[in-house]
Design a protein around this ligand. Structure first.
Ligand code: 3HC
Length: 704
């Protein structure tokens, strides 16, 4: 190998230490697998070396195959010659010394070693399913041999990261070092004790113990809803099942065949895209990565309503003490009760341990006075969505909060500059828009005001990451980026009702497409009264605002959604199942007749495209106005703010699958048919003319 190889071999006494050094996470990029093979061969021919340790430099063991290499024509070695195939054929023992992550191909390499030793902080897993493929380095055959088919199935189908202690219990790891041990020293000492052991233990030689052959069908059934429209989870099951009926090498061939089929599937391409754009969204092209980020240890939330409570939970869930303030004791008590109820539901469902719930609750301190939050490092205002309510709160926060504290607003649409103007520190003000339910949804839209300083924005982005969110930057425009791009979808879904659809029909199309819930059912969950208030505001501000008489009627009848037992659907007491409601169908028909709109039939495709194309067009306008950095940021927002199916990549990625010209032609046709609301954006027209994909579209320079 040349000196530039990312893998090196050095001898420490009797032990050859093979180190993979391919920053940042030691993915199996060009030269890595070859380098390991080469070092292994050299270690085997060096008479001074009695055994070898394979380890990663930097923060991880090996994070898996290089995802950038999938779907390219990068040459691959045939089965039998890959690093996964040759490691355990080594005549000298090889031990994988694991810290950080051993994921995907990284864990597959470790399982092909004779021994595995780890630090307790390490995590292992086979997350390939999350990028639409299956473990293709023997993982589906070795893991069942190590931990049994049931545990292997769980790990491979969920893709979850397994902490080292659990991995030790399962049998993936042979030995755990103490917490602060030196990994290399510990590994050498351990291997020296095993140098004489023969035959060398090989996972491939173990038998698979299948206690219950029904686990495979049971798993297929249990994922049916979650994995609809996807192949990878099912192929993962098929491959693990193969391990129980085929000899090792044949099982690997089966795995390789299934892998090949998935690698370039639409879902794998979309999921790889999602993986990379989620990382890109954190980069702010016009704010240097070196911008100082203010540290925070304490946070405050003003407003103990549903959003405020969810935001406070997000901090508490990530280990931060948080104070929650409301105007009255009753509001505080109600808010705290809601938080306790939410946690109790998680405990009941088994997703949260009782003692962890207590720890989280202890981090949330209800307070009744502004002086109690003055020393917090940052505060998030989450009160009622009215400018006149929020403005005095910003003036008050400016007055009480210590110098240097950051003032954020959870507004979902209001002008952040007007709030900043209420303070003498507009540079310390930004929007931090959480999505409902705030403790669950991953998106945090950071809204940049005219005066927001780079430090404030970088801190808001970092704050999101620290509390487990994905932060994405948005310009200050009505509805910001996520809700603004979604708004035409919301309008269109109601217009579809006027023209002949029913809520349950539209919901079914969107659930079939891959949304966890249909948009009307989501409306009932969130509360129809919320949209009502913002429609009134927009109608007052904009004479061309498209009125929505059907939902207005429902709200005026007191049908607010689940909380009143009726909305777009009706609900039985204590049950969240939406039931189609003939009364709603009647109202829809009445309103449509009043508007003079004839009712007609719709195909599923027309429903889907009417909703999503409307948003594609608006998203283009957002880019054209420089309110978002990149098309892919909008895709991230759709994936994490609105439950857009991840295996479809995002709004623009999906639209690219149809083709920019087809999208443009359809929108232009609807412009003729329905008028101005479908006027194609300039950017869309230009992309169509140039044949440039949405993903390659260039946004205008960012305008706060
Ligand atoms: N391939 C290529 N690049 C990768 C990568 C991979 N497997 N894993 C991480 N990276 C890159 C990221 O894109 C990012 O690049 P950037 O700095 O240019 O944005 C950089 O490494 C750091 O990654 P993160 O920001 O995600 O770092 P974290 O510390 O937050 O997370 C991690 C680390 C948990 C390892 C996370 O990166 C991760 O989950 N990686 C993917 C792991 C994976 O899916 N492995 C399986 C790959 S498929 C496979 O192995 C097939 C085999 O069966 C044949």
């Amino acid at each position: 190998m040349s000196g530039a190889s990312p893998v090196s071999l050095e001898r420490q006494g009797d032990i050859g230490v093979i180190t993979v050094n391919y920053p940042p996470v030691n993915a199996l990029g060009p030269g890595v697998a070859e380098g390991i093979k080469d070092c292994l061969a050299r270690g085997n021919t060096d008479p001074a070396i009695k055994g070898m340790i394979l380890r990663g430099a930097g923060r991880s063991f090996i994070a898996g195959a290089d995802i950038r290499g999938f779907g390219t024509n990068r040459p691959r070695l045939p089965l039998g010659q890959r690093v996964y195939d040759v490691l355990d054929a080594s005549a000298k023992p090889v031990l994988a010394a694991i810290h950080g992550y051993a994921l995907g191909g990284g864990l597959e390499i470790a399982m092909a070693c004779h021994y595995r030793l780890a630090l307790p902080s390490a995590k292992v897993g086979l997350p390939e399913v999350l990028i639409g493929i299956l473990p293709g380095g023997g993982g589906t055959q070795r893991l069942p041999r190590l931990v049994g088919p049931k545990a292997a199935l769980d790990m491979i189908v969920t893709g979850r990261h397994v902490p080292a202690r659990e991995a030790r219990t399962l049998g993936i790891i042979d030995e755990l070092l103490p917490d602060n041990a030196n990994l290399l020293e510990g590994a050498i000492a351990w291997l020296i004790r095993l140098l004489a052991v023969r035959p060398l233990p090989r996972v491939r030689d173990r038998a698979v113990k299948l206690a219950d052959p029904d686990i495979f069908d049971a798993m297929r059934k249990s994922i049916a809803r979650r994995a609809r429209n996807q192949k990878a989870p099912y192929y993962c099951i098929d491959a693990v099942e193969a391990s129980t009926v085929l000899p090792f090498d044949e099982g690997c061939r089966r795995e390789a065949d299934l892998f090949k089929e998935l690698e370039n599937s639409a879902e794998a391409r979309a999921l790889r895209y999602a993986f990379f754009i989620e990382r890109e969204v954190t980069r702010l092209p016009d704010i240097p990565a070196t911008t100082p980020v203010r540290d925070f240890t304490t946070a405050a939330v003003v407003g103990a309503g549903t959003m405020g409570g969810g935001i406070a939970m997000s901090f508490a869930d990530s280990g931060y003490p948080v104070k929650i303030l409301d105007a009255t004791q009753e509001a505080l008590d109600r808010g705290m009760q809601r938080i306790r109820d939410n946690y109790a539901t998680s405990v009941r469902r088994g997703s949260l341990a009782e003692d962890e719930m207590q720890r989280r609750l202890a981090r949330i301190q209800p307070v009744a006075d502004y002086v109690d939050i003055r020393d917090c490092d940052l505060v998030i205002e989450a009160v009622f969505e009215e400018m006149d309510v929020k403005k005095p709160i910003f003036a008050k926060l400016d007055e009480v909060m210590k110098p240097g504290a950051l003032l954020f607003s959870n507004t979902s649409a209001l002008d952040i500059d007007q709030l900043a103007e209420m303070t003498k520190r507009p540079k310390d003000v930004a929007g931090t828009h959480f999505f409902s339910p705030a403790n669950v949804m991953k998106l945090l839209e950071v809204v940049r005001g005219k005066a927001s300083s780079p430090e404030t924005l970088a801190t808001a982005m970092a704050m999101g990451r620290k509390i487990g969110k994905l932060s994405a930057m948005a310009g200050n425009t009505d509805g910001f980026v996520a809700n603004r791009s979604r708004a035409p979808f919301n309008t269109e879904m109601v217009i579809l009702l006027e023209e002949g659809c029913l809520p349950e029909q539209v919901d079914k199309v969107m659930v079939d497409f891959g949304y966890p819930m249909g948009p009307f059912a989501v409306g009932d969950l969130a509360g129809l009264d919320i949209g009502y208030a913002s429609r009134k505001r927009r109608a007052a501000e904009n004479p061309n605002f498209r009125k929505q008489p059907i939902p207005d009627r429902l709200v005026e009848m007191g049908r607010f959604g689940q909380k009143t037992g009726a909305g777009w659907y009706h609900y039985e007491t204590g049950d969240r199942t939406p039931h189609p409601d003939p009364d709603v169908a009647e109202i829809i028909k009445e309103v449509a007749a009043g508007l003079g709109i004839p009712r007609r039939e719709f195909t599923d495709q027309e429903i889907l495209q009417r909703l999503l194309f409307a948003s594609v067009n608006e998203a283009c306008k957002i880019l054209e106005e420089g309110k978002a950095y990149r098309p892919s940021d909008i895709d991230v927002m759709w994936l994490h703010g609105f439950g857009f199916p991840r295996y479809r990549g995002g709004l623009f990625f999906w639209a690219d699958g149809i083709g920019v010209r087809s999208v443009y032609n359809q929108i232009a046709a609807w412009h003729q048919q329905y008028g101005e609301r479908w006027a194609p954006s300039r950017l869309l027209r230009e992309l169509a003319e140039a044949g440039t994909s949405f993903r390659e579209a260039k946004a205008a320079a960012f305008v706060p």
